[in-house]
Structure formats: C-alpha cells, structure tokens
Design a protein around this ligand. Structure first.
Ligand SMILES: C[S@@+](CC[C@H](N)C(=O)[O-])C[C@H]1O[C@@H](n2cnc3c(N)ncnc32)[C@H](O)[C@@H]1O
Length: 214
C-alpha cells in the first residue's frame, strides 16, 4: 500500500485510539476499558468490519491489530468520526500476540481475509499456521472462538486442517456465505468480492482446552 498523505499527522490526531505500548495492558484490557469481554481482530485493514462490529456491541472491547499504518489510519479515522469508545488499535504484527495479551484474556479472535501466502515456502506466515494457533489457544478463554473468513479456497482448506490439528473444534463451516444475500458484517475486502459475485468461505472454531482449576 502506498504511503498515505500526512500519515504522521493523521496518526497523531487519533493517538487516543492507538495503543503504542500494548504490553502494559497485558492481563488488564477488560478492567482498564470497562468492558465485559475482549475481542481481537488480526489484520483489520481499513476497519470497516471493526467499526460496524464495535457499533453493534458497545459492551465488548475490540482490539484491532494491523501491521500497516497506511491501512490502519483509515480505520482510526472511521472510529474517531463515530466517537466509538470500545475500540483500540495496535500497529504491530500478529506474531507478537502473547506479549500483548495474557492467557485466557480474550473470548474471540477475528481473522478476516488474511494474506494467503500461496507458496509452501511461506506457509509459516499464514495466520492459521500452528505457530500462530498456539498463541491463539493461549490467549483465548476455554471455549473462546476464532471466526475466520476468506475468498481463498486453498487457504480455507489449509486453515480448517490446521485448526483441527491444533486442537480446535470446528463448530461452523460455510462455503458460500452470501449465496442467498448478504450475511453479517462485511469487511472492506469482502465487499469487493461480494460485488464481483465471488464466494466467501467462513468457519468458526472453538478453543477446546480445560478451564482453570477450581
Ligand atoms: C488482505 S488484507 C484484509 C484487510 C481486512 N481484514 C479486510 O478484510 O478488509 C490483510 C491485512 O492484514 C494485514 N496483515 C497481514 N499480515 C499481518 C500480520 N502478520 N500482523 C498484522 N497484520 C497483518 C495486512 O497489512 C492487511 O491490511
């Protein structure tokens, strides 16, 4: 993505939404922001999904990670324009999740249209690779959920296998989400695919792990 004009100034104008030292909130996101639950979105891009989902769920804290400041600045501006109180952004790579979130801290992770990395050489970079799943399992509560959407069938199949292999239970699989008309909140990418009539694949997986000892 090309550099956005006045990027530094625009980020500064929305600094109240940007968490620059996320490790400081580790283990206390919910208490710090006075919400009931924590949901995390990985690779939020320009934030259409973040904004609409947060608007519908004012009691849930949404923390959106995005490695590209050029994409994220649009998301920041959208949240700012609507005055949403329950969204924060981290400009970072999903690779470092466990440094930002404590075990059992989040109840849901959204992964929407992540980069497919089609070459086998780059499989480790896919956000549903085992090295990521181990982190998701750790930070999610028992029975916490991963919601995954993509237009890429190979990535979808790969991800389903990886999640099962990683001990998650696949609870819902949909092969053409909008076949009979739009369903749920769409992301920026999803809207483009939908307009072209392309199928969207979705699954929801549950973090099967024992709860804390009584
Ligand atoms: C294809 S775009 C999808 C954006 C958005 N989720 C949507 O559906 O419109 C993928 C996004 O994930 C971000 N991304 C890719 N790998 C990432 C990583 N390891 N950590 C954080 N963000 C990542 C990219 O910068 C990009 O904005």
């Amino acid at each position: 993505m090309r550099n956005k004009p006045n990027l530094a100034v625009r980020l500064q104008e929305n600094a109240h939404l940007l968490i620059t030292e996320p490790a400081l909130y580790r283990g206390r996101w919910i208490s710090e922001f006075g919400c009931n639950e924590l949901h995390i979105e990985l690779g939020c891009g320009k934030g259409r999904f973040t904004v609409e989902t947060a608007m519908k769920n004012p009691d849930i804290l949404f923390v959106a990670l995005e490695k590209s400041a050029n994409a994220m600045v649009i998301a920041l501006e959208r949240v700012s324009a609507l005055g949403l109180k329950n969204v924060r952004f981290i400009n970072a790579f999903a690779e470092y999740l466990i440094e930002y979130f404590a075990p059992d801290e989040a109840s849901r992770i959204y992964i929407n249209f992540c980069d497919p990395w089609p070459s086998n050489r780059h499989a480790k970079r896919r956000l549903t690779n085992q090295r990521f799943l181990r982190q998701y399992s750790q930070i999610l509560v028992p029975n916490g959920e991963i919601h995954f959407k993509t237009d890429n069938h190979s990535l979808f199949e790969f991800s389903l296998c990886e999640l099962e292999r990683g001990g998650f239970m696949i609870a819902e699989v949909v092969s053409d989400l909008h076949e009979r008309g739009p369903v749920g909140v769409m992301t920026d990418y999803e809207l483009k695919f939908f307009d072209k009539g392309l199928p969207i694949f979705k699954f929801m997986a549950i973090n099967v792990k024992p709860g804390p000892m009584p």
